[in-house]
Design a binder for this molecule. Structure first.
Ligand SMILES: *Cc1c(COP(=O)(O)O)cnc(C)c1O
Length: 426
């Protein structure tokens, strides 16, 4: 495959955009080479500026769960655009998507829409702090909750890939209110809560971690966090930006049967447009302005185009009773196929998977937290990434990322991918 035009476009971009990209994970820093510039995408495939076709396992980092340029979503956006693209006034469609989201997700009464997952998580901890009148939060090493200051401390994929686990620019004052815990380690969480008794407003967690590769919660971990929050008077925040409307209609809360106090959304909920949201029971949400004292706002929040894309996406997911079964079956098929060829070729590996989130770590040791996720950051991954790319299969350019399986993938695509993996290692 040739990437002449992509290379040229990247060189031009680098002159006017830092690193040539508007989000660092898009750069090929940890695997080498230059990023591929996309021209268009349809279904399971990306078409780049050089005319190459790639089978896409990133899917815009999650949103395109039904495939690229999904016709009902595209149509809804076009029709809405004709009526005006932003008003800064309330519109009916905001209530429609809110009603639908509240009906699909367990344990929430009200939801507020913002423009990104970052905003959703940033607002969720402000709300938790306001509601509890406490200042500290606990986050887990390797979990990512967007790029706002409080979370940029041991924040997983993006930051780790570039060797800056703690970003300069985050003040010591802010950092001291973020307490770090080890994922899947309840004893560690409890000791932190004990040492900071009466001070922790919330524990924020990715219920299935997806930003250090896919790391599932061990049995009892989420239930344990729920119990600890009850004991210590902290709120439990599930960051479902990745898992929401992906693991099930009701996300991780439904899949694991554990209730969070505040839930954040992004990615799928926007159908490919910039949307985030946070939601909770009425008494917590009514702590927000204009009803309550905690301020939060946005000129483009609830934007009609974004709401049209999101509403259509949620409607499609809601009416398709078999969607999550199909995604489970397709991803399980891919897992099984890759397990076989990697085993046959004597490649040490660990595959973690929950539903349509999957990742391959090139180390045989179990991956349960940030430290063990690091075992897979090695030369075999680079060989794997570039090998797949040469075969026209696009996965995230970092070992700390999850693959997002789309329903648009056919079994032919999956077989092709499994064969490509075999080719790389045989
Ligand atoms: C992607 C992601 C975010 C940030 O969302 P943006 O829309 O990129 O700001 C937050 N939390 C999790 C779990 C994510 O995967």
């Amino acid at each position: 495959m040739l990437y002449q035009r992509s290379s040229k476009l990247f060189a031009e971009a680098e002159k006017v955009i830092p690193g040539g990209v508007n989000s660092p994970v898009r750069a090929f820093k940890s695997v080498g080479g230059t990023p591929i510039f996309v021209k268009e995408a349809k279904g399971a495939y990306l078409y780049d500026e050089d005319g190459n076709r790639l089978i896409d396992y990133i899917n815009s980092w999650g949103p395109m769960i039904l495939g690229h340029a999904y016709a009902p979503v595209v149509e809804a956006v076009i029709e809405k655009a004709k009526l005006g693209t932003s008003f800064g006034m309330p519109t009916e469609i905001e209530t429609k998507i809110a009603e639908l989201a509240v009906s699909m997700v367990p344990n929430i009464d009200k939801i507020r829409f913002v423009n990104s997952g970052t905003e959703a998580c940033m607002s969720a901890i402000r709300l938790a702090r306001g509601y509890t009148d406490r200042e500290k939060i606990i986050k887990f090493k390797g979990c990512y909750h967007g790029h706002s200051d409080s979370f940029l401390i041991s924040a997983g994929s993006g930051a780790v890939t570039f060797g800056s686990p703690n970003s300069p620019g985050v003040t010591a004052g802010t950092a001291k209110d973020t307490l770090l815990a080890n994922y899947n380690d309840l004893a560690n969480v409890e000791s932190i809560l004990k040492a900071n008794e009466g001070e922790v407003a919330a524990i924020i967690v990715e219920p299935v971690a997806g930003n250090m590769g896919c790391v599932p919660p061990q049995k009892g971990f989420l239930e344990g966090l729920r119990a600890l929050c009850n004991t210590y008077g902290a709120l439990l925040i599930f960051d479902e930006v990745m898992t929401g409307f992906r693991l099930s209609k009701g996300g991780a809360q439904e899949l694991f049967g554990v209730n969070a106090d505040i839930v954040t959304f992004g990615k799928v909920i926007g159908g490919g447009l910039p949307v985030g949201a946070f939601a909770a029971r009425k008494e917590i949400m009514d702590y927000l302005a204009p009803v309550g004292p905690v301020y939060q706002a946005g000129t483009l929040s609830g934007n009609p185009l974004a709401m049209a894309a999101g509403l259509t996406m949620l409607q499609e997911i809601n009416k398709d009773a078999e969607l999550f079964n199909r995604l489970e079956e397709k991803t399980a098929y891919l897992e099984k196929g890759m397990r076989k060829v990697l085993t046959d070729n004597n490649v040490p590996f660990t595959i973690n998977r929950v539903g349509s989130m999957i990742s391959v770590f090139f180390d045989e040791r179990e991956v349960v937290d940030f430290e063990t996720a690091g075992f897979g950051n090695n030369d075999t991954f680079k060989k794997f990434f570039h090998g797949l790319l040469a075969e026209g299969v696009y996965i995230a350019p970092s070992s700390y990322e999850t693959w997002f399986i789309t329903d648009a993938l056919t079994y032919e695509d999956l077989d092709y991918t499994i064969n490509a993996v075999n080719k790389i290692f045989s």
